[in-house]
Design a protein around this ligand. Structure first.
Ligand code: SN0
Length: 315
């Protein structure tokens, strides 16, 4: 694996999950592998789990880790070609990526979508410019379209906790006061399709995700239909893909609550965090024994470590 940008960079996701499980059993087993190598983590947007888990993963492998927040701390970046840079933006992404690449052996990058221009966001321009100009492997720490480190940790969490060989996994849209990226939902869909589980996506009309990510997954527009018999309820808000970036509904009937969880096959509750309690999910559900959100977040470390290990081992 050269870069880890999306599910298509992974030959065998179950082998990668097994690799993450090995890291979890003995996190420091490979602490010589990354010796003398530098991991740079660049954040254009806020982060808690991604920043700390990827930092920890790099250190478990013996890497030196540098972290930089670009919003507010870096120079404002120009990302368009051929611009006369006489405005607010001091540095072009071409130089920034090349310079960071000169200091690092692997770069992790987080760059959210604008949610204004769908065509531009869905080219995933910023991360692809890093791939083009940094000259070192790039790990996607959530781009405009996907969040593969999260999805790998999600599949790992399902593999660790599932009771059925082929569980029924439901991705349900949930309400949220702000417009959020589609990245976590898109990514979860393409990874769950590859994992080969039974998969249903539930969202209100107007919130269908792009078919490029959902593939052949069943899409329903009422929550109850999806919850029936589910083994996993994975909640995530996203803004509309169709009416791009807009908040079309805040309908409370979509919040994950005990009434709907009672329709499931004693389903586990999952969310990538951060989560808005009593908007996305009721306190009773997230605080219940069936909630695996903390395990899911803890698994981010081993997911990131398995990815870094593959890049370090195979180049
Ligand atoms: C991000 C998202 O893509 O939805 C990151 C998730 C890992 N989430 C948020 O930005 C939540 C912000 C909020 O106001 O709740």
């Amino acid at each position: 694996m050269k870069n880890f940008l999306n599910v298509h960079d992974v030959e065998d996701i179950h082998a990668l999950v097994d690799g993450a499980l090995l890291c979890k059993q003995n996190p420091r087993a490979d602490h010589e592998l990354g010796k003398g190598k530098t991991l740079g983590l660049i954040f254009m947007n806020p982060s808690l789990r991604t920043r700390l888990s990827t930092q920890k993963a790099g250190r478990n492998l013996g890497m030196d880790v540098m972290v930089m927040n670009f919003s507010g701390e870096g120079w404002a970046l120009e990302t368009e070609e051929g611009v006369i840079m006489n405005g607010d933006k001091a540095e072009h992404i071409k130089e920034a990526a090349a310079v960071i690449g000169a200091y690092c052996d692997i770069i992790g990058l987080r760059s959210f979508p604008s949610l204004k221009d769908r065509k531009s966001d869905y080219t995933d321009h910023v991360i692809n410019e890093f791939v083009r100009y940094a000259g070192v492997p790039i790990v996607n720490l959530e781009s405009a379209t996907v969040h593969p480190c999260q999805s790998l940790a999600d599949v790992l969490t399902i593999e660790e906790t599932k009771e059925a060989g082929k569980p029924k996994v439901v991705l349900t849209w949930v309400p949220h006061p702000r417009p959020l990226p589609q990245s976590v939902g898109n990514s979860f869909a393409e990874w769950i399709n590859r994992a080969g589980y039974e998969f249903v996506i539930a969202n209100p009309e107007g919130y269908d995700l792009s078919g490029d990510f959902t593939g052949n997954a069943a899409v329903v527009h009422e929550p109850e239909e999806a919850y029936a018999g589910a083994d996993y309820i994975y909640a995530k808000n996203w803004s509309s893909y169709e009416q791009y970036g807009q908040v079309l509904s805040q309908d409370e009937k979509w919040m994950v609550d005990e009434r709907k969880m009672n329709l499931t096959n004693n389903a586990k509750f999952m969310h990538c965090l951060p989560v808005r309690r009593n908007v996305v999910v009721s306190d009773a559900v997230i605080d219940s024994e069936n909630s695996v959100v903390i395990r899911e977040a803890a698994n981010r470390e081993f997911a990131a470590q398995a990815v870094l290990k593959q890049i370090l081992s195979h180049g």
